[in-house]
Design a protein around this ligand. Structure first.
Ligand code: HEM
Length: 122
């Protein structure tokens, strides 16, 4: 089920994001903090919360649209922070990476909103 995959992936991304934070602290170099923050928030917190909704409302998590939504969110939650980090480290020439990543996350979130409106009636 896509919800379980999202929850599991979120916990892995959160562990990676926290290790990244500790690594920044050890190096006393915080330039990549925005990338770390977006990995933890989009890849950890949001992915976990969206996956949890699919577990709480099984009908919502069983559609093909939900599978698309989950995979898109996972892809965007990795591409977006990695893109932010590459731009900070290598320069504006790579700006297309976070632009695509952010649009993928936006699309996934809009799909999630649609799924919630379809399935959250009392
Ligand atoms: C082991 C856990 C974590 C460690 C060691 C850690 C470490 C850090 C460090 C060193 C910074 C940079 C601070 C600075 O610029 O002075 C930072 C920024 C930040 N972290 Fe974490 N962090 C952790 C977990 C998290 C989690 C779980 C979240 C969100 C769910 C998060 C969100 C943020 C945000 C929003 C910022 C500010 C980013 C910015 O200023 O651009 N962090 N973190």
């Amino acid at each position: 089920m896509i919800g379980s995959l999202m929850i599991r992936t979120a916990t892995v991304l959160l562990v990676v994001g926290m290790i990244w934070g500790i690594e920044m602290g050890i190096r006393q170099s915080f330039s990549l903090a925005p990338a770390h923050a977006h990995l933890n928030l989009v890849g950890g917190v949001l992915l976990f919360a969206f996956g949890l909704y699919y577990r709480l409302v099984p009908a919502a998590g069983q559609s093909a649209l939900a599978r698309w939504q989950g995979w898109l969110h996972i892809a965007g939650a990795i591409l977006f922070p990695v893109g932010v980090a590459v731009v900070i480290a290598k320069g504006e020439a790579f700006i297309v990476l976070p632009i695509i990543g952010s649009l993928v996350v936006l699309t996934a979130t809009a799909l999630f909103a649609l799924i919630v409106f379809r399935t959250s009636r009392a």
